[in-house]
Design a protein around this ligand. Sequence first.
Ligand code: FUB
Length: 313
Amino acid sequence: FAVSALTFITFPGLAQTAKKVNNPVFPGWYADPEATIFGKNYWIYPTFSAPYKQQIFFDAFSSPDLVTWTKHSRILDSTAVKWAKKAMWAPAIIEKGGKYYLFFGANDIHDDKKEVGGIGVAVADSPAGPFRDYLGKPLVGQIHNGAQPIDQFVFKDQDGKYYLIYGGWGHCNIAQLNDDFTGFLPFSDGTTYREVTPKNYVEGPIMFVRNGQYYFMWSEGGWTGPDYSVAYAVSKSPFGPFERVGKILQQDPTVATGAGHHSVIQVPGTDEWYIVYHRRPLGETDGNHRETCIDRMYFDANGTIKPVKITVA
Ligand code: FUB
């Protein structure tokens, strides 16, 4: 199947246009893109990819068609989050009850006894913000099961339960969020954080359901290197077990390196899927030079994800 940047796409329920995706989809150094759909628009919430001390805000981008993007500057910045001083990373967003909850990492904590930081939550009445700190402190401010409290994804299961799936340093936890996202509900065995780490996992987890199967995806390799990539596993349960199937997104020496930390979008009412990820231009040595790109993601008849062909305009 030919997949290229020349793929023409239509979006039922969204803009009924047919346009060409250009990569990178918007200018600037933006990483860890969280893509979602609110109303008639696609939204992307990325990390501002700069030195840690400059990572003190988030911009967001909206589009009716994945092609034309509007920038929403500083939808959240550290002046609204007293405990966040640097390294505001990898937002995840979900709407519930008409409010928009933006989960984010901040401060890059390394020792839970000495530093304040971890995964925070901000809230707004609109996807464009302005977001305000929701809890006044991190939602996850300590290290559980060896997982760095970053790179959270909020997964709404088919039964209406919400889970936080997160973790760096090669460990991934799942925890069930309570009703108002102020904390967690313990599992029946009394634990709150259940480790679901698959083989080769590094960071950047996401989850979605297709045809009754739970797809768990993550990033592998070092985020500054050319081999950063995305792999996945499938299970009948959000708790796994997750057996690694293999890589589906990685560098292409003719296009870009370091392709990873992604999210996925399903065009509503269709089986059209897109992978939204960051990558580094060929020859670039600055680890922070990461750009947000979009390519088609296809499944075969067995539900296996086919390797993604990364494209340019
Ligand atoms: O952008 C900061 C960090 O780089 C993210 O938290 C990781 O997933 C990696 O992409």
